[in-house]
Design a protein around this ligand. Structure first.
Ligand SMILES: [Zn+2]
Ligand SMILES: [Zn+2]
Length: 268
């Protein structure tokens, strides 16, 4: 594999639908496909990407906000779906004809240019995974959402990533004082739920260093969070970090972060 770079573009983030495009010179891969087929087509169209040119969709877990458009996308535009066995089974996909199965902690070449390492994370009746993405260069990117707790495994793999997209789902105070029934509140804040701003900020304060050039906070709850709360919590704990911090919104496409060895012609 020659040294390549790849671009990360967020197409949508949050409980209404998650999808991120990874594109290198000759490959296009979606991480999750949680918007309708029509929305996927529309959002890709805004950045000049024909859905037919998407090679593969890699799925983190079976929840609707991550897979809603996956089957339609495959049927209409022919992209290969990759998921672990549980996700594939819970979606009712045929593991032979409709899905390439991956195993946790085994690197998978999704295309000739893009490979992923699925890392298991705890989440609500799902066999969820975060993805570490690389393209033959020495830089890696991470996309991790929907986890109730940081594990040593995910901490280890996030270290040294050039780009990190990670969820900051809720502000603990807003959730506690908000209108949700207490059973739902404990599910969200429990081991199988989501990361709070504080949990993400704590982790980032350990991990962020000069190697991490960009950080995108994802999957913010509309009701239990606000962009300025997530941002200030992370910045407060990582005040010496000088990288690019963004908050992913509901309606992408947004941002363009390059990872890998950026070749001179791409910089022009
Ligand atoms: Zn989700
Ligand atoms: Zn989920």
């Amino acid at each position: 594999m020659t040294v390549m770079s790849f671009e990360i573009i967020h197409l949508g983030s949050g409980s209404r639908g998650n999808a991120t495009l990874i594109q290198s010179e000759n490959s296009k891969v979606l991480v999750d496909c949680g918007l309708s087929g029509r929305q996927m087509e529309k959002r890709l169209g805004r950045i000049g990407v024909n859905p037919q040119s998407v090679d593969a969709i890699i799925l983190s877990h079976h929840h609707t906000d991550h897979v809603q458009g996956a089957e339609i996308f495959q049927r209409r535009w022919g992209a290969e779906i990759l998921a672990n066995f549980t996700t594939c089974a819970k979606m009712g996909l045929d593991p032979v004809n409709q899905c390439r199965i991956f195993e946790s902690l085994e690197r998978v070449d999704v295309t000739t240019e893009i490979s992923i390492l699925p890392v298991p994370v705890p989440h609500d009746g799902a066999e969820n995974v975060g993805f570490i993405i690389s393209s033959g260069g020495n830089e890696r990117a991470a996309i991790v959402t929907d986890l109730g707790e940081i594990t040593d495994e995910i901490r280890k793999h996030l270290q040294g990533c050039a780009h990190i997209s990670i969820e900051a789902n809720y502000d603990a105070k807003k959730l506690a004082l908000g209108p949700y029934p207490s059973s739902l509140k404990s599910r969200i804040s429990g081991r199988g739920g989501h990361l709070s701003n504080r949990q993400t900020a704590d982790l980032m304060s350990e991990i962020l260093d000069v190697e991490t050039k960009s950080l995108v906070l994802c999957h913010l709850s509309e009701r239990n969070n606000a962009p300025h709360l997530a941002e200030s919590e992370v910045l407060y704990q990582s005040e010496n970090w000088g990288g690019d911090l963004r908050i992913a919104g509901r309606d992408g496409p947004e941002f363009s972060h390059w990872v890998g060895q950026v070749e001179p012609e791409i910089l022009i």
